[in-house]
Write a protein that binds this ligand. Structure first.
Ligand SMILES: NC(=O)c1ccc[n+]([C@@H]2O[C@H](COP(=O)([O-])OP(=O)(O)OC[C@H]3O[C@@H](n4cnc5c(N)ncnc54)[C@H](OP(=O)(O)O)[C@@H]3O)[C@@H](O)[C@H]2O)c1
Length: 258
């Protein structure tokens, strides 16, 4: 009997991660909705999935913590006995958005631990689990999807640490893609532009103005669902001969122009 595939979405409780969790559930995945601090938001996503007839569980865990990452993976295996997809979505912006000349080590450590160390070591742990599951024929393939940002190549001098973590996610994607291809696991980077969420709420006025001025070709805010649709395309095997690929979801922001 074909069993339900399972996916872990880090930071699946709000914003982009929430949309990804709901989309994966629509595609029939059992979803592990990871969150850090707000169980109410995670429970709401789980309830919505269950109300639509899907399977989901909320799992608290700070991706920056090795113990929490182990709990997240162990709990997923205990609940579903498989992991077909990992979406490394959880992320935070630079603390206090300080100018690069005033940037602090505290923000650096927090942002690097959350946005880079967490996804790196969670991918490592999940990849090993997927390799074991593939050997057991419990899963047929594995997908790791990393949510980066246009900030990985477009500078914001008041968010240096954030920008550098997102640039590194691009290299992380290629490293794991190379290492895991022979094992049957493909790895993708989804690179969102500016997306409506709690993270961008404080800079709403700035982007309303820039969008009206045409900062990117498609003159609207990105929506969490725009990113979720790209995740859906990847897990639906719309890119069967690709790995290490970056998929831009940015309204065309990456286009250079004269
Ligand atoms: N919004 C944008 O314009 C934009 C653009 C490009 C890329 N991105 C990237 O997309 C991802 C999601 O952004 P978003 O705008 O949806 O953010 P958001 O609205 O602030 O939501 C962040 C989510 O991540 C969780 N989270 C935060 N720190 C965590 C940690 N240490 N461990 C586990 N979960 C954690 C939060 O859970 P709690 O509520 O429980 O803390 C929440 O579910 C991030 O990686 C971000 O860098 C966003």
């Amino acid at each position: 009997m074909m069993q339900t595939r399972a996916a872990i979405v880090t930071g699946g409780s709000r914003g982009i991660g929430r949309a990804i969790a709901l989309e994966l559930a629509r595609l029939g995945y059992a979803v592990v909705v990871n969150y850090a601090t707000r169980p109410d938001a995670a429970d709401e996503v789980v309830s919505e999935i269950k109300a639509a007839g899907g399977e989901a569980v909320a799992v608290q865990g700070n991706v920056a913590s090795a113990i929490d990452r182990d709990i997240l993976v162990d709990r997923t295996m205990a609940e579903f006995d498989r992991i077909d997809a990992l979406v490394n979505n959880a992320g935070i912006t630079s603390q206090g958005r300080k100018d690069i000349l005033e940037a602090t080590e505290e923000s650096w450590d927090l942002v690097f631990d959350t946005n880079l160390k967490g996804p790196f070591f969670l991918s490592q742990r999940v990849a090993k689990e997927m390799i074991r599951l593939l050997a057991r024929n419990r899963i047929t393939d594995g997908k790791i999807i990393n949510i980066s940002s246009v900030s990985g190549y477009a500078v914001s001098t008041n968010r240096a640490d954030y920008c550098m973590t997102k640039a590194a996610i691009g290299m992380m994607t290629k490293l794991f893609a190379q290492r895991l291809a022979d094992d049957g696991i493909t790895v993708f980077e989804i690179c969102p532009g500016v997306i409506e969420s709690d993270m961008t709420a404080p800079v709403k006025d700035k982007y309303d103005r820039l969008i009206a001025e045409g900062i990117w070709p498609i003159r609207r805010w990105g929506r969490p669902d725009d990113v979720a649709k790209a995740v859906a395309a990847v897990v639906s095997d719309c890119f069967p001969f690709s790995t290490g690929e970056r998929i831009n979801v940015d309204g065309g922001f990456h286009i250079r122009r004269l």
